[in-house]
Design a protein around this ligand. Structure first.
Ligand SMILES: [Mg+2]
Length: 213
């Protein structure tokens, strides 16, 4: 017996991926502690360090703050040039670890000819590192907040990503992000969305449903 779907969504023509929390793994506690130690915060003060870190991250992601500006805001004083280089390197390493299970999916989608675009809130050093990653050529294009001059969930970030897919109709493009507010903003513009919670099987299931529709 077959079940008739009462609603058939239009064909899926492209995917827009978030990086961190989707293609990229979230930082480990050890990674956070290593960064905090560099700044002089003890590991027992990790919460305080993370508060200082996040309070300045949005303007760093959007390109409003440069490396020195961001770390001056986090530390409360300007780091010397040697420390700044180490902070930038350790911070970039923290945010560029990749989930191999999702990269395997990227290879399959690429083989299937599906255009894929990266849309990531990332400062310049992380953007440069992601552009150099071995999986990056699988993507049609990659858009980073620091280069766009604005962060998700600003509507223009999604419009730029949609243009990069080469697909005109947002209803034929799937946006995948681990943040609900980013998904809501994308849905407001007519994109289809998957609020990703860390299971690559969810992406496969979603794609199979879309393909079967
Ligand atoms: Mg994310």
């Amino acid at each position: 017996m077959t079940t008739e779907l009462s609603y058939r969504p239009p064909r899926l023509d492209a995917i827009i991926f978030d990086y961190n929390g989707v293609i990229g793994l979230q930082p480990t506690l050890l990674g956070w502690s290593g960064l905090a130690e560099l700044t002089g915060w003890g590991t027992d003060q990790l919460g305080h360090f993370q508060s200082a870190f996040w309070s300045a991250r949005e303007p760093y992601d959007s390109g409003e703050l440069d490396d020195a500006g961001f770390w001056t805001a986090v530390l409360g004083h300007r780091p010397n040039p040697e420390l700044l280089i180490r902070l930038r390197a350790v911070d970039t390493a923290l945010w560029t670890r990749t989930d191999d299970r999702v990269v395997a999916l990227l290879h399959r989608f690429r083989q299937a000819g599906l255009p894929m675009v990266l849309l990531s809130n990332a400062p310049h050093p992380v953007s440069d590192a992601l552009d150099a990653a071995d999986w990056r050529p699988l993507m049609t294009d990659a858009l980073y907040s620091a280069r766009l001059g604005m962060n998700k969930p600003h509507p223009a970030t999604y419009r730029n990503a949609l243009v990069a897919t080469g697909v005109r109709d947002p209803g034929r493009v799937l946006f995948i992000d681990d943040r609900a507010d980013n998904c809501r903003a994308a849905a407001d513009l007519g994109l289809r969305t998957l609020h990703y919670t860390g299971s690559p099987a969810d992406i496969e299931t979603h794609l199979r449903f879309e393909a079967a529709a």
